[in-house]
Design a protein around this ligand. Structure first.
Ligand SMILES: Cc1ncc(COP(=O)(O)O)c(C=O)c1O
Length: 487
């Protein structure tokens, strides 16, 4: 696996720094093999290159190696906004494109040397457009927040009003006066919340849209279990000449996998997104629409207003992920939702206070748990981290904003572990680990050992193609930086 190669070479670098070995090597993999076969420090490899690695560099390598080992290999990662790329996508992520500029649109750049970048950008636009059934795709925003900023700026001017999903229904900070909307000086007004249904109150929201006549309405969020009512609110928005923006950052993979309704097919004028949550691509942003005039405005605004360099190395990795989703997306999304439901049910059976039982707990990749009776969100998340189970503390719909440092809840997402091949029965095991730490009050360090053991079964990314990356990498792609030690 590609990451294994990195890990091997990191290890090699560290080992050499401690022994001060002099080396002559044909290539790095030979170096690794030689080191592995050594049984004492006197062993020498004939060489022309003296490697002298400063302490600071050793520190960098050690931090990276420690992080990779911990988060990639030994943890059960349940952060709802993260994921991993496939080895194939990672292999095309490290390319020369990461050093280039390509301001402007494909074939109309302000820089020379972009012919292959143009090809890949056009391909990303085509593939993502096919996946979301969107005529126009703008792939240059470098994050979901930037995608939102671009669309908000196009749709409203300072002093205008926008209606957003209430924070209880999961609005992201970028939708609010505390984030991007505030920075653009657009006033935010929250739609009414229906506590019983964990969602926006449709009737009251329609009335509010008709009364306030905002420039746009934003749906979609960061903490939500059930789909927001796109169709009803899009109709209301259009009746007062407002636009409906749907932020699909969290659920793009579920939409593409046909587990969630496609907002563009239910009246949304524009969809913004990240490309690295349930859609398991590189970190980045994207905008989709079927409205040509709106698309043109969006494209004129992305560059030069919000992005100059659009981080070109994410484009091939996004294309690979799009192709993976084309072939495996439905099975992957289906398993995510099954896993989330089973995790919720298992936690509930162990006595956890899992939200929305009467609604079947969840229809998304997320599960929300109220842990006030177990010490609160901050304490529980920290204890789980000790056991290598990574979740985040989160405000629940009834929390006050000032509770943010110690909210009532935990937000749990199963998409990354699903990508590693976990199924319903594995969710039961995870629920049991969580019970041992939080309810049985077992020593998290003891549970950690079991977590590490359990995680060993889930080291390779699924829902991807079976391609021999090693041979591809060694033949065509020169892995940069620390892997080539012939200085
Ligand atoms: C709904 C939503 N929109 C936007 C974002 C911001 O995305 P990014 O981190 O790519 O800027 C997030 C991040 O978690 C999110 O949850």
């Amino acid at each position: 696996m590609f990451s294994e190669t990195i890990a091997k070479n990191l290890f090699t670098s560290l080992w050499m720094s401690f022994t001060g070995t002099t080396l002559k090597l044909k290539d790095c993999s030979e170096l690794y093999r030689s080191v592995k076969n050594m049984n004492d420090e006197k062993h020498t490899i004939e060489g022309v290159v003296r490697l002298s690695i400063p302490k600071e560099l050793v520190d960098v390598l050690r931090i990276v190696a420690n992080h990779n080992k911990w988060r990639r290999i030994e943890c059960i990662n349940l952060i709802a906004s993260e994921n991993v790329m496939s080895p194939l996508a990672e292999a095309v992520y490290l390319t020369d494109m990461m050093h280039r500029y390509a301001e402007g649109k494909p074939r109309k750049r302000y820089y020379q040397g972009t012919r292959f970048i143009d090809d890949i950008e056009l391909l990303v636009m085509e593939l993502m457009g096919r996946l979301l059934n969107a005529k126009y795709v703008e792939p240059r925003p470098i994050s979901g927040t930037i995608a939102n900023a671009v669309v908000f700026r196009v749709l409203a001017q300072p002093g205008d009003k926008a209606l957003i999903a209430p924070v209880q229904a999961g609005a992201h900070v970028s939708h609010t006066k505390y984030g991007t909307l505030g920075a653009l000086n657009i006033e935010h007004i929250e739609l009414p919340y229906d506590a019983e249904n964990f969602n926006i109150d449709v009737d009251k929201a329609v009335k509010m849209i008709e009364d306030i006549k905002p420039k746009f309405v934003v749906l979609g969020g960061s903490v939500y279990l059930f789909p927001h009512p796109v169709k009803e609110l899009a109709n209301a928005a259009h009746s007062v000449n407002a636009r409906l923006v749907y932020d699909a950052a969290h659920v793009l993979g579920l939409i593409i996998g046909r587990k969630w309704r496609n907002p563009l097919e239910h009246g949304a004028d524009v969809v913004t997104s990240s490309t690295h949550k349930t859609f398991p691509g590189p970190q980045g942003g994207m905008i989709f629409t079927n409205d040509e005039a709106l698309y043109k405005e969006i494209s004129k605004t992305v560059f030069p207003k919000f992005v100059s360099n659009h981080h070109l190395h994410r484009l091939p990795a996004t294309a690979v992920t799009a192709i993976e989703m084309m072939y495996f997306g439905e099975a992957y999304a289906d398993q995510i939702v099954r896993n989330a439901k089973r995790l919720a049910e298992s936690l509930h059976a162990y006595g956890f206070n899992v939200l929305a039982e009467h609604l079947g707990f969840t229809q998304s990749h997320q599960v929300l748990v109220d842990v006030r009776n177990l010490g609160g969100g901050a304490k529980c998340a920290a204890l789980l981290e000790e056991a290598n189970i990574i979740v985040n503390k989160n405000l629940l719909p009834y929390d006050k904003p000032e509770d943010v440092k110690n909210p009532s809840g935990l937000r749990i997402g199963v998409q990354e572990m699903t990508r590693y091949g976990m199924r319903e029965s594995d969710m039961e095991v995870i629920a049991e680990f969580m019970k041992q730490v939080l309810i049985d009050k077992r020593d998290p360090r003891e549970v950690r050992l079991k977590v590490i053991e359990f995680r060993k079964e889930f080291q390779s990314v699924k829902y991807t193609f079976d391609v021999d990356i090693e041979s591809l990498v060694s033949k065509y792609i020169k892995i940069p930086f620390i892997l080539d030690l012939r200085l």
